[in-house]
Design a protein around this ligand. Structure first.
Ligand code: ADP
Ligand code: GLC
Length: 504
């Protein structure tokens, strides 16, 4: 089978996306419930079923990471030894197929030496040294899969730098492949901070020709090449995950040296707010939490809080005080320097603080040092623990998000549903979803501050703690958040409109 011409793989036995008049193949480097490091996985996992509810046929391609192969889902081999280029080599890879509970078909690009590893992107030493190779290979693999399906998708929806090579590949080596010629692409930016930039001497790994692609209007980016830029420049449509972030990234201040590239698209970068999968994040049905509760009867939330305090060995007297919570990647983006500068003042309010995070060592060291200073009142859990994340959101009172920037942010939207009130910096999707509480009218769902300043953050937390002690007002605030509806349908409709506008 090695080096078999791809045509022979265009096989009616390999199921394709079918039925609907609009068929989308979603390409992502992570998706729930299979593999997750952050919000991208939540989106790539819940957008496809939301599209299906809009009458769109959606399938998903992922790398066959070890966590997926060992997840207990069943996978069928559909293509064996599909030849996929990597630099000058042609490497055989398998493609596996499975299905989510909602009936979304999932394909895995299964090349053991590239993806069957302990983590998705790296280890304690940093990013895997061959991520360029891994994700170039993934992009070629996804295109060859799209070409081989018995029914060709109408378009590809791509997410973040790991898939950014695809629009360039479609203009380069695949431009005349019968099923791929003119294939429309939507490229969604979840985080401009991750750009997939690599030294220009490694462009050959991607299979793109230097002369066609390495220039200012192509992948060239400050002397390197950028896979994020490839997506922005060559995709038919570019979106990001909130309207405010769409505006911010086109300014020199918020554009992370990519603003001019984004502006060069002539204002067509659309911000579509992410949705929430209320099948997963809902205190009425959440299987991970101590007691269910509802908008009408929130008494169960108190039991969730008591259980959380016990689980984290915190002082039971915190039942009378607000419990603050952070669930986050430990990264500068999330505002940990503000938190660390404000932490003494925050703890002086008498509140408790629980943090779940994984990421940078300097942040976990600093947080663990703070934890030692506030025994019984502060608990830090490091690592990635989805079940604990649910218990923490349900069991706390106030959710802190002092982000430096936040493309959308999902956790504040989850927090609303659980009656956990956010204190957030007004940036990106936080600006679009958190509405400052106005005591006279009792409108609003949280607390917001704007300058990236520890004192402003502290004052917002103090204000939240003060209102927490005024029970009827606080109940109203909780209810305002719990009533918010961020379900996926509206956003899925917005994506569908874009798909229809670029369909071949
Ligand atoms: P980002 O994508 O920037 O990390 P989001 O708010 O969009 O931020 O999404 C973060 C997602 O990852 C949420 O589902 C959140 O619950 C989850 N998460 C973050 N850190 C952890 C962790 N340490 N353990 C479990 N879940 C986590
Ligand atoms: C990113 C962003 C986050 C967003 C998520 C999903 O990682 O940091 O704000 O919610 O992607 O779009």
């Amino acid at each position: 089978m090695k080096n078999q011409p791809l045509k022979a793989l265009n096989n009616p036995d390999i199921p394709g996306v079918n039925l609907a008049d609009l068929k989308v193949l979603m390409v992502s480097s992570e998706a729930v419930p299979f593999a997750k490091t952050g919000g991208l996985a939540d989106v790539a996992g819940s957008l496809p079923p939301a599209l299906v509810r809009q009458g769109v046929e959606a399938a998903l391609v992922l790398p066959a990471y070890r966590t997926i192969l060992e997840s207990g889902y069943s996978w069928r081999p559909v293509i064996g030894n599909m030849p996929v280029p990597l630099g000058n080599a042609m490497l055989p890879t398998d493609v596996l197929e499975g299905e989510t509970e909602e009936g979304v078909r999932v394909y895995l690009i299964d090349r053991e030496d590239l993806f069957n590893r302990p983590n998705l992107y790296g280890n304690r030493h940093g990013d895997y040294y061959d991520n360029l190779e891994r994700f170039s290979f993934f992009c070629h693999g996804a295109l060859r899969l799209a070409n081989a399906l018995s029914i060709t998708p109408d378009l590809l929806h791509l997410h973040d730098w790991q898939t950014g090579l695809i629009p360039a590949l479609l203009k380069g080596p695949y431009w005349d492949w019968p099923n791929l010629t003119g294939m429309p692409t939507v490229f969604t930016i979840h985080n401009l901070g991750y750009q997939g930039n690599f030294g220009s001497d490694r462009l050959w790994v991607t299979g793109l020709s230097h002369s066609q692609f390495y220039h200012a209007d192509g992948l060239e980016y400050w002397g390197s090449f950028s896979l994020l830029k490839s997506g922005i420049v060559y995709a038919h449509a570019v979106t990001t995950v909130s309207p405010t972030y769409a505006r911010e990234i086109q300014t020199d201040q918020g554009g992370m040296a990519m603003a001019a590239v984004l502006r060069s698209r002539g204002g067509d970068v659309r911000g579509i707010l992410n949705g929430v999968d209320y099948g997963i994040w809902n205190p009425e049905t959440d299987p991970h939490i101590e007691t269910h509760y509802t908008l009408r009867d929130t008494t169960g939330k108190g039991r969730c809080k008591a259980a959380l305090l016990r689980e984290l060995h915190l002082d039971a007297n915190l039942m009378e005080a607000p419990l603050l919570c952070i669930i986050s990647r430990l990264d500068e983006q999330k505002g940990f320097d503000l938190l660390l500068s404000a932490i003494d003042g925050i703890m002086e309010t008498g509140a408790g603080l629980v943090i779940l995070g994984s990421g940078k060592a300097w942040i976990s060291h600093a947080l663990s040092e703070a934890q030692n200073r506030f025994p019984g009142r502060m608990a830090l859990r490091t690592g990635f623990d989805v079940n604990l994340a649910h218990r923490m959101i349900a069991g706390s009172d106030i959710f802190l998000m002092p982000s430096l920037y936040e493309p959308c942010g999902l956790t504040q939207m989850y927090a609303f549903k659980y009656g956990t009130v956010p204190v957030a910096r007004g940036t990106g999707g936080l600006e679009d979803t958190v509405l400052s509480f106005d005591p006279p009218t009792r409108e609003g769902n949280g607390f917001k501050f704007y300058s990236y300043d520890a004192l402003d953050f502290l004052q917002s937390v103090q204000e939240a703690v003060r209102l927490y002690r005024k029970r009827p007002v606080w109940e109203q605030l909780m209810q305002n958040g719990m009533k918010m509806d961020f379900s996926w349908d509206r956003s899925a409709k917005a994506y569908t409109d874009i798909y229809r506008s670029i369909k071949r």
